[in-house]
Design a protein. Structure first.
Lengths: 271, 337
């Protein structure tokens, strides 16, 4: 396992980006393999007033296109979560998670002298959890999905210094980028259990999502702080601190999710 | 370089400013005796399905039990108060579960014990009776009657589990389906069995489930049917279903379905009922609970939540059991023959 990872990193560093100079990336496209781990909390008022705490592990892929003005991205992740709460005894809940997302943004401002660029656009992000909590008896399994269209803002700072640099004197300056992303909600659609939470299986046909409905509104906020280090061949390493807060509309089935995650990306340039 | 610092500060500080979810997150409920009592009473008030049927004045229950709750009381004392409150509902599907105790309403004690399995094992089953889990079965009455005993639906009855005995007893004159003392379990198992005992697609009951916090907020009906499968053995000769007060939940549903099938006869005592679907939930202190959140209404408009009555009432005779005779089984055999 360790040997395989080592070989992967060596290949990432050695693999040439096809036909493009790192200094002048014209519309680069990237494919990433991502790994995410984070501290997560959730509360499902439909069955419990208690906030469960735990952690999440996910893996995924991401495609990114960075044009001169427009940039686009798409990502898919899957993973598991483990949560618990201690009240007299330890109560556990586990999840299987799926997530998707992406953005489309346009450069709206740049300050060449400061190496700053601002992109604005839209981002979509959604996640679906399949949860299991045996202590909740007939309500032990739950499925929910929260999907949000955001107003997307990104401020990126190219850390490539022309005069002072951590690299050796005379060497070509390496490229680093620090970016902060703030996503503000436009529309959120949540697919949640209806009032009884437990479906009516008295017809002998259990179906845990039979009484699910779509609910609109609530609150969703997301921010990401990303650092990218570009290798000489155009590939890159990425680390992102990601904060995500979601709250479905007030009511009998209100859900709260809080996620503090670190995402690591092995970025391979495709062109 | 001096111009860079404000932006650098912003890039570093901005995520810190956006991780203050406490601003948006509602405070958790206090974990004290009073809060737990109020929460449980409220959950019952908004989700329990049988206040009117059982003639329970839930507001009066609050008035009676609230003074018995005080912050600082022990967990065991609080559990006892909540248990007493929940037992006002007289419902076997209403339970409070703590790490140290489980509350219950003993529905089976509402009537006499109506089965002695030792008597059945020693006097009716052969030494080599079949166990097609969870069904124990054998042939009775000189090969004329098949006997199927299902003590619980806690283990799922698969298609193979019911097809084997139905094929085995296809030449009998009738079956006895003994669900005395069966406390319930998987409702899908009931349909697996009853689909193969139905002559044709038959509506068996309607179900209404809570749709809101008002005490009469229900949605439905959801209709339930039994439908004979196209493949595999079926059995449409006389079936005697043996019941008692311990016949509860999914087993009571079986008895309710049997009322709709013309070749089936209920013999024994009224079932324990339990025809409401229980949900699940958790109190602020972590204890879990369940409540009945639906109603089941027969095709002739009756609510048998307190028990499905038999067609032929037969109570186990203690004197006869000492002689090795189960008079409930004997009556069932007589009805078949």
């Amino acid at each position: 396992m360790i040997r395989s990872l080592f070989c992967f990193f060596v290949l990432l560093g050695l693999q040439p980006a096809l036909g493009q100079d790192q200094e002048k990336p014209e519309r680069p496209e990237y494919l990433e393999v991502t790994a995410t781990t984070g501290l997560t909390s959730f509360r499902d008022v439909g069955v419990s007033p208690i906030l469960y705490d735990g952690f999440l592990i996910m893996g995924g892929i991401r495609y990114t296109y960075e044009g001169n003005r427009w940039q686009h991205s798409a990502e898919f992740d899957g993973g598991v979560g483990f949560y618990e709460v201690t009240r007299f005894a330890v109560y556990e809940s586990n999840t299987i998670n799926f997530a998707y997302g992406g953005y489309s943004r346009r450069q709206l401002w740049e300050a060449d002298n400061l190496n700053l660029r601002y992109h604005g656009g839209v981002r979509i992000h959604g996640f679906t959890n399949v949860r299991s909590n045996p202590s909740l008896l007939n309500a032990s399994s739950g499925v929910e999905s929260i999907n949000t269209l955001f107003i997307h803002n990104s401020l990126a700072w190219d850390l490539r210094f022309r005069k002072t640099d951590l690299s050796k004197a005379g060497a070509r300056p390496s490229r680093h980028e620090l970016a902060f992303e703030l996503n503000l909600p436009l529309v959120t659609a949540s697919w949640l259990p209806d009032y009884p939470y437990v479906t009516d299986f008295s017809d002998g046909e259990p179906n845990s999502t039979k009484s699910h409905e779509f609910y609109w509104g609530g609150l969703r906020l997301q921010s990401r702080l990303t650092y990218r280090y570009f290798l000489p061949n155009g590939n890159a390493l990425r680390i992102t601190y990601w904060w995500d807060y979601a709250r479905t509309p007030d009511g009998f089935n209100q859900l709260d999710f809080i996620n503090h995650a670190l995402q690591f990306g092995l970025v391979m340039r495709l062109n | 370089m001096m111009h860079i610092r404000p932006y650098l500060l912003l890039l570093v500080l901005a995520p810190c400013l956006m991780t203050c979810e406490e601003v948006f997150l509602e405070e958790e409920l206090a974990n004290d005796a009073r809060t737990n009592f109020e929460y449980l009473w409220q959950q019952c008030d908004e989700k329990y399905a049988f206040f009117e049927y059982k003639n329970v004045d839930w507001d009066s229950v609050y008035t009676e039990y609230s003074p018995r709750v005080a912050n600082g009381m022990s967990a065991d004392s609080l559990f006892r108060v909540l248990w007493d409150m929940l037992n006002e509902l007289r419902d076997g599907h209403v339970n409070l579960i703590a790490p140290f105790n489980v509350s219950r309403f003993d529905v089976d004690l509402l009537g006499p014990d109506n089965i002695n399995f030792r008597v059945i094992r020693e006097n009716y089953l052969s030494d080599r009776y079949y166990t097609t889990t969870p069904i124990i079965h054998d042939i009775l009455a000189d090969g004329q009657v098949g006997y199927l005993r299902i003590a619980s639906f806690g283990t799922t009855v698969g298609e193979g589990d019911i097809q084997f005995p139905l094929a085995l007893y296809r030449n009998t004159r009738g079956l006895i389906l003994d669900i005395r003392g069966n406390g319930g379990g998987s409702l899908s198992s009931v349909f697996t069995i009853m689909n193969r005992l139905a002559q044709e697609r038959t509506k068996v009951y309607d179900s209404f489930i809570k749709s809101g916090p008002g005490r009469e907020d229900f949605e439905g009906p959801q209709e339930a049917f039994v439908d004979p499968p196209e493949r595999g053995p079926t059995y449409v000769k006389p079936v005697m279903v043996l019941t008692d007060r311990g016949t509860y939940s999914a087993a009571s549903f079986l008895a309710l379905i049997a009322r709709e099938l013309p070749q089936m006869t209920l013999i024994g005592d009224t079932t324990g009922g339990g025809l409401g679907i229980p949900n699940g939930g958790q109190l602020p202190n972590g204890w879990t609970y369940r409540l009945s959140i639906s109603r089941t209404i027969s095709t002739d408009g009756q609510n048998f939540e307190n028990g499905v009555p038999p067609d032929i009432r037969v109570i186990l005779d203690r004197d006869l059991t000492e002689q090795g005779i189960d008079n409930v089984i004997e009556r069932a055999i007589a009805e078949i023959l």
